[in-house]
Design a protein around this ligand. Sequence first.
Ligand SMILES: [Zn+2]
Ligand SMILES: [Zn+2]
Length: 379
Amino acid sequence: MSKRDYYDVLDVAKGASAEDIKKAYRRKAKELHPDRNSDNPNAENQFKEANEAYEVLKNAEKKAAYDRYGHAAFEGGMGGGQRPGAGGQGDFASAFSDVFDDLFGDFMGGQRGGRQRAARGSDLRYNLRVTLEESFGGIQKTIQVPSSVQCGACNGTGAEGGSEPVTCPTCSGMGKVRAQQGFFTVERTCPTCSGLGQIIKNPCKSCAGSGRIQKERALSVNIPAGVETGTRIRLGGEGEAGARGGPSGDLYIFIEVQQHEIFERDGSDLYCRVPVSMAAAALGGDIEVPTIDGGRSRVRIPGGSQSGRQMRLRGKGMPALRGAGTGDMFIEMAVETPVNLTSRQKELLREFEALSEDNNPETKSFFSSVKGFWDSMKG
Ligand SMILES: [Zn+2]
Ligand SMILES: [Zn+2]
């Protein structure tokens, strides 16, 4: 894949001044900030690309070389830490810190030099299934959240049995190495120690040298009444612990409400399909229907009810999430044709049918329309 022109990447004209390039880069950096681009999978690479372009164009010497030779000036792997896809979130996040240090560091009272940046912990997502009844009443749930804690076996050093991490021989503890690339000497993260400046000769077996182990921790979560599938509950600071004393990430609980055997939900309304015998539908009468609170309601069926007839029970639906009222429950009648008839029942039904005249107005009207249709086809 050919590399994009650095000026195109930053969306700036070829003859642009250093000030304009800085402005263009600042605009890009804001535009591609991870907080705004959670749904843009390309943002990370675009950001890295912009970062790489700016690394070159902000530097007068590199810029001159690029203007003259193009990307060929840096063949051999310019910008080791910024190869697209080279690293995970960590790389991206630290690259970001660098940008803002670079752009705003001047205004921050010169805190830049050698300051260790405390990294914020990752956000966690937890998928929680609840029943419709639990959504109706709200519920307190205890969940097990994975979190990383200091490894007890090595006291967090990552080194086995009393041994200490030693200074990295490659970079002498600097965390960075210099390399000759093209015309320039560039600084890159030390490949031996990944920039930590120390290496562990005998990694701790419990934590594989990371100094941290995963532990589950119980967390009590209040699920409010009315949650739906897709409802997201944010618990600030309950995500992964930050590194080097940085702030913790957040925990997001994604709710999934299970299908219910009897009730179907549409927002805060509930639907319940109730089978009614043919005779009951014809004669009318009271039936008893279940409600989501575990109770029952009596519903009067008018005589001559048809299949699909709906009856509304006001206020018997689900509570709306933020206390904005309660939905309704709809009963939908499904008239059931009797099966497994005895000969006596058949006899009665035949007798009934013989006596029927104006009992099926819909049937009558349908067949009269059909007759009209056939007649019109003949004419
Ligand atoms: Zn090193
Ligand atoms: Zn350990």
